[in-house]
Ligand binder design. Structure first.
Ligand code: NDP
Length: 337
């Protein structure tokens, strides 16, 4: 049984030294508790925030504590009448191969779920984030131009595909040619621009010839700078994530852009709104689950996973996530089912 703890807080980009792999005894469940064996661990950008002690919407992980994270587990011992051995659950046991739970907060996935890891991605937090952020805040309308970056990740890919279902012209932004090709050929985006291209700004402007009606913000930084002058009057900007800044240790170089941002918001009456998915929308999960299951069954939504074998590979995979090395939803296979 092993686990990965936060060894030290990163300054800038995390490094392998910030994590420590430890061998520990398999815990013993007390009365009312279950022993969970992790099969899949989700790695997500928000974990960078938990490694830092800067004030945020959730508490940081303490140094020497196990890294937090959602997992898909099997019940292997049960002292709780609500759970049977062999059942699959969505849990929050973190970066470790076994965890204990009193049952609170576990979501049952059944005895033989067809795609258990989907609970960490398209049917779980990232899919739900894409759905609520786009539909509730973005308010996409037929014929709108929708732009989304991190376009092949679980949030961005889902935002763009829901945008297509709603009749938008969808422009993705992704890192590299292969991801851009995938966004167009498999996800069905109308265009996808490589943010690493030297003329990225010009390329984005060229494909957004009618401006931008909805910009789903996943990354911030230079993508946002390129988008801002293209926003149309009445545009909506759901602010979901700012991954380009998660490793930043100082403000970006160059002139202060705040007055330009405020001026654009005012003159173009733009609605820009942040959200934290479970804090704001937990009560609407069923609505999402119903629509998404149907879209998946009808083949309207494609979903790609980037599966990495072994808990010991989690630090490297996580560091890569912040650099765009993942291609699809990053999931660690902790144990075989
Ligand atoms: P992804 O799997 O898409 O991973 C992150 C991707 O971001 C990378 O693969 C990379 O893609 C892109 N990226 C990284 N650095 C940069 C950069 N400097 N400039 C441009 N792109 C960059 O992650 P998710 O789909 O899980 O998450 C997407 C966003 O949604 C994140 O910002 C996350 O924090 C946020 N989020 C917010 C939630 C909320 O409740 N508000 C809930 C869930 C997620 P590429 O190679 O294409 O550049």
């Amino acid at each position: 049984n092993s686990r990965i703890v936060l060894a030290s807080r990163p300054v800038g980009a995390p490094t392998p030294d910030n994590f420590r792999l430890e061998d520990i005894e398999i815990p013993v469940p007390a009365d009312g508790e279950v022993l969970l064996r992790s099969v899949y661990l989700s790695l997500d950008p928000y974990m960078r925030g938990r490694m830092s002690d800067a004030k945020s919407y959730a508490d940081p992980v303490a140094v020497d504590d196990v890294m937090v994270g959602a997992t898909v587990c099997q019940v292997v011992e049960s002292n709780n009448p609500e759970f049977e051995i062999g059942e699959w659950v969505l849990a929050y046991t973190g970066w470790q191969s076994y965890g204990i739970s009193d049952g609170e907060g576990l979501l049952k996935l059944g005895k033989q779920p067809t795609a258990p890891s989907y609970a960490l991605g398209i049917m779980g937090m990232p899919g739900f984030t894409a759905y609520m952020g786009l539909l509730d805040i973005g308010q996409p309308k037929q014929g709108d131009t929708l732009v989304v970056a991190a376009a092949t990740g679980p949030v961005g890919a889902t935002v763009g595909q829901i945008g297509k279902i709603k009749g938008c012209r969808v422009i993705g932004v992704a890192g590299g040619e292969e991801k851009c090709r995938y966004a167009k050929e498999v996800l069905g985006f109308d265009e996808c621009i490589d943010h690493k291209a030297a003329d990225f700004e010009q390329q984005l402007q060229a494909v957004c010839d009618k401006g931008i009606d909805v910009y789903f913000e996943n990354v911030g930084g230079k993508v946002f700078d390129a988008v801002l002058p293209l926003l149309n009057t009445g545009a909506r900007v759901p602010v979901c994530g700012l991954i380009s800044q998660y490793n930043a240790t100082s403000l970006p170089d160059g002139p202060d852009r705040l007055s330009m941002l405020m001026g654009t918001l005012l003159i173009k009456r733009i609605k820009m709104q942040g959200f934290i998915i479970f804090d704001d929308y937990a009560h609407r999960y069923n609505e999402f689950a119903q629509d998404m299951s149907q879209w998946l069954a009808e083949g309207k939504i494609q979903y790609r996973e980037h599966l990495v074998q072994g808990l010991d590979k989690a630090p490297e995979a996580f560091i890569g996530l912040l650099e765009g090395k993942n291609f699809g939803k990053l999931v660690i296979q902790v144990n075989q089912p």
